[in-house]
Design a binder for this molecule. Structure first.
Ligand code: ADP
Length: 508
């Protein structure tokens, strides 16, 4: 489009165009000068480009090139719109992506984070709350599954540890041996009821040095882990075996000391009794053996020729042999009782009748000492289940003792009684003899215990009769008791559970 025809004057608006002004001053436009021009009352954007043309060093004319830039502007506006729309779309897509990411990754991570915190506070069920399939990315799902598995494992291990701990605590609490745990500074960390029983309640507040003050204990506390030592202690009349074991951490550094206390008083007593028993047996056997041997030697020497002199010697030998025989028989009986080899032949027996029978049979012994042995009349029937021959042996022993430990002219009386309320029947054997001092009354049931050793021996006693009687009564669910006043006499009571036939029970 031609801007001007030949001779047409430049319009003032174009004259002020920067491109024209530049050309007038002799400069060629460097770029398109864009501005607005009015055309037919409408403004439109144009781009000017002006070049001065020189002749003889002077500007001869100016070439003005003008191009409408409306299309370019429109294109640019469209581009801006497109960019704007694209940006909005990008923002929207980002927002959606962000949302997806938030739900797909961030949420599960947050959830995991929350559960981890719960787990740290000890809520092991937190893992169970996790959804098994979250629909999130594989890695997150795997992470959640791993977490869930880890928490379940942790829960299992903790429950195993806790049941193990409970088991140990129960053992610790109820074990018969005392147990005290000290830390490396010698302070009590734990101690069980058995330890309090043995060492006294104060031990809880005592340091190791106070509880075990002797010098040779002190070094034990600082012994290397794994050191074990044993010491005997005397605590309030109890013999206590103390075992010390130093414990440490996994690196072997010593952390303290465990003390195990065992009351061995009973064991010691049993050992002492055992020793005493063996000594007693040896002694009891040696006495008759020595007597028999010396008498036999005297006879063998040939010094005794007459029969009258020989007979007393042979009598002594006979008596001593009898004593040995009964001693061995009683020892065997006790050994059978101890080894539970005694078979009781239980039958229904009326003890009153059995007692009367024994009194009749052994009266001859009392008569030898001018004593009387009587059964009281009108005694009640005492039905029991027992081994007749063994109970007869018990009654015999008590009756013979009554005769042996009573002087000439004494009286032995026997009777029976029943206590239906307690379901017990009792045989009583009383004598008017020497009696038994109060403090010895319990001991006469011990093996080989005699109040007067010489008297017992001279009467042929072995010191085992009442011990066997006591065992035998216990085997019959009964008991033997004594009441005695020294110098006045004794009463022995044989107490049995009464036997009731089933038909009688039903009648009741
Ligand atoms: P022993 O063979 O010595 O008689 P026992 O076991 O029968 O042994 O009796 C133990 C001791 O009990 C006797 O040695 C005696 O000291 C005492 N004893 C038993 N019965 C009586 C009694 N009736 N009166 C006084 N002491 C008795």
């Amino acid at each position: 489009e031609l801007l001007y025809s030949r001779g047409e004057e430049m319009r003032p608006a174009d004259r002020s165009s920067r491109a024209v002004l530049g050309a007038v001053s002799g400069q060629e436009s460097r770029s398109l000068y864009v501005h607005q021009v009015e055309e037919n009352g409408e403004y439109k954007s144009v781009g000017d480009y002006a070049v001065p043309v020189f002749r003889d060093g002077e500007i001869w004319y100016i070439v003005l090139l003008r191009q409408s830039v409306t299309d370019i502007e429109e294109t640019m506006q469209n581009n801006v719109m497109i960019i704007l729309m694209a940006s909005l779309l990008a923002i929207a897509v980002s927002a959606i992506l962000a949302y997806i990411l938030a739900t797909g990754i961030a949420r599960p991570i947050q959830r995991l984070n929350h559960r981890t915190k719960e787990l740290a506070t000890g809520n092991l069920d937190a893992a169970d709350d996790l959804p098994k399939h979250t629909g999130s990315s594989d890695e997150i799902e795997e992470l959640e599954n791993n977490f869930s598995h880890m928490a379940q494992e942790l829960s299992r291990i903790l429950s195993e540890t806790s049941s193990e701990k409970n088991k140990l605590e129960t053992i610790f609490h109820y074990m018969a041996d005392g147990l005290v745990v000290y830390d490396i500074n010698g302070y009590v960390v734990q101690c069980n009821p058995a330890a309090l029983e043995l060492m006294g309640k104060g031990i809880r507040n005592e340091s190791f040095g106070e509880a075990f003050p002797k010098e040779h204990f002190a070094t034990l506390l600082y012994s290397p882990s794994g050191t074990i030592a044993e010491r005997m202690l005397e605590l309030d009349g109890h013999a206590v075996r103390a075992e010390f074991a130093a414990y440490g951490n996994k690196d072997g550094a010593s952390e303290g000391l465990i003390v195990v206390l065992q009351d061995v008083t009973e064991q010691r007593r049993a050992e002492a009794m055992q020793r005493e028993f063996v000594a007693n047996v040896s002694h009891e056997l040696r006495t008759p053996v020595t007597t028999v041997k010396s008498y036999v030697e005297t006879i063998l020497d040939g010094n005794i020729r007459e029969e009258e002199t020989l007979v007393p010697f042979l009598n002594v030998i006979d008596q001593e042999s009898d004593r040995m025989t009964s001693l061995i028989a009683e020892l065997l009986e006790l050994s059978r009782i101890d080894n539970r080899q005694v078979q009781l032949r239980m039958e229904e027996v009326d003890l009153t009748e059995l007692l009367a029978d024994c009194v009749r049979r052994y009266r001859i012994h009392s008569e030898k000492k001018n004593q009387t042995m009587e059964m009281r009349p009108d005694c009640p029937e005492v039905p029991v289940l027992c081994d007749r021959s063994r109970i007869e042996q018990v009654i015999r022993n008590v009756l013979i003792n009554a005769v042996n430990y009573s002087p000439e002219g004494a009286a032995v009386t026997a009777w029976s009684s029943i206590d239906t309320h307690r379901g017990e029947g009792t045989l009583h054997i009383a004598d008017t003899g020497m009696g038994i001092p109060h403090k010895e009354q319990k001991r006469i049931f011990e093996r080989f215990y005699r109040v007067d050793k010489a008297r017992s021996r001279s009467s042929g006693g072995t010191g085992l009769g009442l011990a066997i009687a006591k065992e035998m009564m216990e085997m019959h669910q009964g008991r033997i008791e004594v009441e005695s006043v020294p110098g006045k006499g004794s009463v022995f009571h044989l107490i049995f559970p009464l036997y009731r036939k089933e038909s009688e029970d039903e009648e009741e």
